[in-house]
Design a protein around this ligand. Structure first.
Ligand SMILES: [Zn+2]
Length: 252
């Protein structure tokens, strides 16, 4: 049973074509390549056009310094292989390169509105900003999506689950020190659970020697998630596949 890597930066992976082939071989047969600005979103769409396994998301990462061109994003979102708006969100970490929160909030709100208008889910980045992100999402009933690279505690998990959002777990859950996060993995409702690698970032513990994370390494995370939930990897694959297809309705 195949897995879906619901969030990766495929363009930033060394040799994307080889990484896709390796992933499919490993049983990761659908990959959602996200964009962080207009150029990388177009790049993700180009990769989706060249690989049956790859679909794209168009987004504007909070780490950008320039404003997004909303008209150009609207055009991109009409492409059938663009299945979501992402990566979008808020980042409150003290990085001087990041735009002030005021501007991030403006972009995030507009892109969430665009997602609602186009009937697409959002892939949400949240860092040092859970309360603000929650407020933006809560203000938009009907908006669906996934909290990508989920690494907050169960209290926050519940708050985002209450909004109808999915939680996506990455390689960080395999780290020995993250027992509390594995408790969130255990308690996450079966119909809201997704997996991702966030390649080339977020190496799973067992791949420490690798230079970059790759979508094939999703199986490491899947093994740990299945173990924590007391199910087989095959059962987990079935659950995750169903969830991905129900959230990303254009995914095939
Ligand atoms: Zn990402």
């Amino acid at each position: 049973m195949p897995f879906v890597d619901t969030h990766l930066h495929l363009e930033e992976v060394v040799d994307p074509a080889a990484a896709v082939a390796e992933a499919v071989e490993a049983g990761v047969t659908r990959l959602l390549a996200v964009g962080t600005d207009l150029a990388t979103s177009r790049g993700a769409l180009a990769l989706a056009g060249g690989h049956e396994a790859v679909f794209a998301a168009a987004g504007h990462h909070p780490g950008n310094s320039a404003d997004p061109d909303l008209g150009a994003f609207r055009e991109l979102l009409r492409e059938p292989r663009v299945v979501a708006v992402g990566e979008v969100g808020l980042d409150g970490s003290p990085d001087p390169e990041y735009a002030p929160m005021e501007r991030q909030l403006g972009w995030f709100g507009s892109l969430c509105d665009l997602a609602l208008e186009q009937g697409l889910p959002v892939c949400v980045h949240v860092r040092e900003s859970a309360d603000l992100v929650h407020r933006v999402l809560r203000a938009r009933p009907g908006l669906t999506g996934v909290m990508h690279y989920f690494a907050l505690d169960w209290e926050w998990a519940e708050r985002f689950l209450d909004l109808g959002f999915h939680l996506s777990f990455a390689g960080i859950v395999t780290r020995a020190t993250r027992a509390e996060l594995r408790e969130v993995v255990r308690r996450c409702p079966a119909d809201r659970l997704l997996l991702e690698t966030d390649s080339p970032f977020g190496l799973p513990a067992a791949r420490k020697r690798e230079r970059q994370n790759r979508p094939a390494f999703l199986v490491d995370t899947a093994r740990v998630v299945a173990e924590v939930r007391g199910i087989s990897p095959a059962e987990l694959a079935e659950i995750e596949w169903r969830n991905a297809l129900s959230l990303f309705t254009r995914l095939r």
